[in-house]
Design a protein around this ligand. Structure first.
Ligand code: IPE
Ligand code: IPE
Ligand code: MG
Length: 236
């Protein structure tokens, strides 16, 4: 049997993006409030980030909160913001030790001010690392990202015609390669406004597992499925 690293030599996977879904249902199935699912989801984030490092994946992006998630009950939003505060602060030293660059994608200005400061500090402290990147998509929406890009092109005074390259340059993280693989947990088969521009040629992997149950083996399975795909990009 060919191992993951053997296969990797053929066509290297650079960026894995994950839609971490199913925290609420995980909690519900245990008779617990939804926030318990989000807490268990944080543990899963830690496990997955560790596994991605062990599997030598240079970019990992995690969809943590969408521009549509503000429609949830206030109590859940407050709980989630509390977790973001706690997680980013608690993990910063570890992330520095592991020499990973931590970045955020989304409408950051729409987040509570103290979280904005934590984000700035984290990005600043880790910007010196170039081996690996952990990207957290927070208050992220693919449509919003494209609208923000168009507005910043207008602000720059760029004249028509606008090209793909110009638009790409104005996305939130224009130097990050497009996701090779997008994983979604919990059995839902949709993008929910994630990486709209960047996912044009991504491969998709869906699992019925809820996010808090996702682990290294699942990541390995997804990677293995990816290496079995034939990416043709429109060619014959
Ligand atoms: C994903 O889990 C986490 C966030 C969207 C913040 P959900 O909270 O969407 O869990 P389900 O889909 O309701 O089970
Ligand atoms: C997508 O999950 C957003 C995140 C994982 C952060 P949702 O649970 O919000 O998506 P829908 O509502 O089922 O499409
Ligand atoms: Mg959901």
């Amino acid at each position: 049997m060919t191992s993951i690293s053997d296969k990797r030599n053929k066509k290297k996977i650079e960026h894995i993006a994950i839609i971490m879904d199913g925290n609420g249902r995980w909690a519900k199935s245990r008779g617990l409030p939804r926030i318990f699912g989000h807490r268990a989801g944080v543990k899963s984030v830690e496990r997955t980030v560790r596994a991605a490092k062990e599997l030598d994946i240079p970019y990992i992006s995690l969809y943590a909160f969408s521009t549509e998630n503000w429609k949830r009950p206030k109590i859940e939003i407050v709980g989630l913001m509390g977790l973001f505060r706690y997680y980013i602060k608690a993990k910063i030293d570890e992330i520095c030790k592991e020499e990973a660059r931590m970045r955020f994608a989304g409408n950051i200005k729409g987040l509570p001010e103290d979280i904005q400061r934590i984000i700035e500090d984290t990005e600043d402290r880790t910007k010196c690392y170039d081996k690996r990147q952990l990207i957290i998509c927070l208050n992220y929406g693919g449509r919003q990202e494209i609208i923000d890009a168009v507005n910043s092109i207008i602000e720059d005074g760029t004249s028509a015609p606008i090209t793909e390259d110009i638009l790409r340059e104005h996305l939130y993280l224009n130097d990050v390669p497009d996701p090779d693989l997008i994983i979604r947990t919990s059995g839902e088969l949709r993008l929910s406004n994630f990486w709209l521009w960047q996912s044009s040629y991504s491969e998709f992997y869906f699992t019925n597992k809820y996010w808090p149950d996702f682990g290294k083996e699942d990541l390995e399975q997804a990677i293995s499925a990816y290496y079995g795909r034939d990416r043709r990009y429109g060619k014959a």
